[in-house]
Design a protein around this ligand. Structure first.
Ligand code: E4P
Length: 233
């Protein structure tokens, strides 16, 4: 499973892209509305930082305006893909945009029936929101499992749409999405940082450092090795 970052914050992408684990990004109107500055500049900068698909969302509800916004968002950067909220109009707009060669991420998908319609409309990504399902006491893992099984079931290979797990509220959502076969999870910076942590890792690093420091001559030896390598480079 590939990891995208779910954010409107350029600073957050700058920090986390440096880890080398991101394959793309998703924004949405709510995330961008939290940030200062021009949203187009933010989307372009995120595209420069993340070498992969970056979703930018349309906000209109009628087909013609969705298509017009989608075409316009695509001019921001070649990696922009159009995020379209699920609805009958959204499906129609998706079909039009896809027929023109634009990639679409259909968002706000909460059931296998919606996922099937989305795949048939030609979307590249189907965004299923796990956290928002759990918020209303619907088991998000059950829904994601049903979506993955429906699309990859009897006619495996027939649908090329990728299941993108979204609304990740904690690291366990990310692991669940991977175990269930989602192709992508889009994860907020806060949750990506939580994924770094394990008490045994920090304790282990502290112990290695303390043991090494107990032999000062070893520290000198390593420093010399680094210097020699730098001189030869
Ligand atoms: C997906 O692309 C959305 O931006 C996002 O995951 C929504 O998450 P939320 O439910 O935490 O707002």
């Amino acid at each position: 499973m590939r990891l995208f970052i779910d954010t409107g914050s350029v600073a957050e992408v700058e920090e986390i892209a440096a880890w080398g684990v991101l394959s793309g990004a998703t924004t949405n109107p709510s995330l961008l509305a939290k940030e200062e500055g021009d949203p187009g500049d933010a989307i372009k900068r995120i595209c420069e930082l993340v070498d992969g698909d970056v979703s930018a969302e349309v906000v209109s509800r009628d087909v013609d305006s969705m298509v017009a916004e989608g075409r316009a968002l695509r001019t921001l950067h070649e990696n922009v893909i159009v995020k379209v909220p699920f609805s009958a109009a959204g499906l129609e707009a998706t079909r039009i945009l896809v027929s023109e060669g634009h990639k679409v991420n259909m968002t706000l998908v909460f059931s296998a029936t919606q996922a099937l319609l989305t795949a048939e409309a030609g979307a590249s990504y189907i965004s299923c929101f796990m956290g928002r399902l759990d918020d209303i006491s619907i088991n998000s893992a059950d829904v994601v499992r049903e979506i993955v099984e429906t699309l990859r079931g009897g006619r495996d290979g027939f649908y090329t749409a990728q299941v993108l797990a979204a609304s990740m509220r904690h690291p366990e959502h990310v692991v669940t999405a991977a175990r269930l076969g989602c192709e992508v999870a889009t994860v907020p910076g806060k949750v990506l940082k939580q994924m770094l942590n394990h008490p045994l890792t920090s304790a282990g690093i502290d112990k290695f450092e303390a043991d090494w420091k107990s032999r000062p001559e070893f520290a000198q030896w390593l420093q010399g090795l680094v210097q020699a390598q730098t001189t030869h480079a």
